[in-house]
Design a protein around this ligand. Structure first.
Ligand code: NAD
Ligand code: UDP
Ligand code: UDP
Length: 343
């Protein structure tokens, strides 16, 4: 087993056409932690499709085998049930570190576990990267900006985060994970990358994870009113999952550490989002207002000029184009649920 962190580029790859990319270079062995989750499973699909070997590490807290079942039996794919809070020994070239509950409902469920996952989990994956000389990519979050006083948010902004609030286990956990990542880079020479991901949606999101896009889409399909928290004037920017996956891969393969904002700069109030969901799925859909949660950021929108310039990356899919792409998946899963109940 080799531990080289760089792919070998063979001159022979030049004149070869119509073959998977990985044939032109050495096949990589890549770990994706949290690979059974929403973003992770789409990333795994992309890495397998380009010809690499993928090992998923997941404890199935919010992830599901269903998201990967189409890869079972593929000799380049492996799934390990493991909690990243515990050490693990593997020989790999790259580590995409995604393991962490991402929706507020899930990360508040056991806040201490969320912190442990962010701190001990990230430490273990960095220790692994150091030992085998692997490249390490952290999926951080726009939540490191907290309730931002700068709008839109640039990577140079240090944020406005409550250290003792209900969201802190996630926000401060990710901030510590970023710190650890930079300390392993400076102190141990680990080749690292940091992505700050903004709200992302698409097929395979958990149906009931409480995030706004999945809630609204599932509610309209179930003929329930869309629950708008607060006055609905708070804003978010919604990115389709394939755009994010392209950004993560560009970041890993590029030469800049980051941090990079990866998000779609299109900004919507929750009331505008409800309107788009209504137009997309059912013109008779209704909304109902509910009290908002604590520390809810008032607005959020990425400045992505850094990623545009240094990674040549920008999102391609608008909210109006992306929403229909997740609706079929949600309809099928909600239908299966209903049939399950009838049996
Ligand atoms: P998800 O909940 O669908 O996936 C997270 C995965 O990590 C799940 O499969 C879960 O089982 C696994 N996991 C959680 N704790 C673990 C542990 N201790 N050990 C092993 N596995 C563990 O969430 P997602 O939306 O796919 O998010 C993936 C990553 O992207 C997360 O790190 C999240 O913080 C980050 N992110 C996501 C968004 C978004 O909008 N989706 C925004 C910002 C950042
Ligand atoms: N670690 C791991 N897999 C490895 C190497 C390290 O899980 O292949 C864990 C290790 O158990 C430790 C953490 O990563 O908890 C940090 O490792 P490092 O070698 O940087 O620190 P140390 O072990 O010296 O504290
Ligand atoms: N939200 C809402 N209705 C819901 C779920 C969420 O109005 O059913 C709001 C929530 O208050 C927040 C925004 O939508 O202002 C985005 O929430 P989400 O949990 O999706 O992501 P995050 O707060 O992490 O950006």
């Amino acid at each position: 087993v080799t531990h080289n962190s760089q792919p070998h580029h063979h001159a022979a790859s030049k004149g070869l056409r119509r073959i998977p990319a990985a044939i032109g270079r050495r096949r990589l062995r890549i770990v994706v932690t949290g690979g059974a989750g929403f973003v992770g499973s789409h990333l795994v699909d992309k890495l397998i499709a380009r010809g690499d070997e993928v090992i998923v590490i997941d404890n199935f807290f919010t992830g599901r085998k269903d998201n990967l079942v189409h890869l079972f039996g593929n000799p380049r794919f492996e799934l390990i049930r493991h909690d990243v809070v515990e050490p693990i020994l593997l020989e790999v070239d790259q580590i995409y570190h995604l393991a962490c509950p991402a929706s507020p409902v899930h990360y508040k469920y056991n806040p201490v576990k969320t912190i442990k996952t962010n701190v001990m989990g990230t430490l273990n994956m960095l220790g692994l990267a150091k030992r085998v000389g692997a490249k390490f990519l952290l999926t951080s979050t726009s939540e490191v900006y907290g309730d931002p006083l700068q709008h839109p948010q640039k990577e140079t902004y240090w944020g406005n985060v409550n250290p003792i609030g209900e969201r802190s286990c996630y926000d401060e956990g990710k901030r510590t994970a970023e710190t650890l990542t930079m300390d392993y880079h400076r102190g141990a020479g680990v080749e690292v990358r940091i992505a700050r991901i903004f709200n992302t949606y698409g097929p395979r999101m958990c149906l009931d994870d409480g995030r706004v896009v999945s809630n609204f889409v599932a509610q309209v399909i179930r003929k329930q009113p869309m629950t708008v928290y607060g006055d609905g004037k708070q804003t978010r920017s919604f990115q389709y999952v394939s755009d994010l996956v392209a950004g993560l891969v560009a970041l890993m393969e590029g030469e800049h550490l980051g941090p990079f904002n990866l998000g779609n700069p299109g900004e919507f109030t929750m009331l505008e989002l409800a309107e788009v969901v209504k137009e997309t799925i059912d013109p008779s859909a209704t909304i109902e207002f509910k009290p908002n949660t604590a520390d809810d950021p008032h607005k959020r929108k990425p400045d992505i000029s850094k990623a545009k310039k240094l990674l040549s990356w920008e999102p391609k899919i608008s909210l109006r184009e992306g929403l229909p792409l997740m609706v079929t998946d949600f309809q099928n899963r909600i239908l299966n649920e209903d049939e399950g109940k009838r049996v």
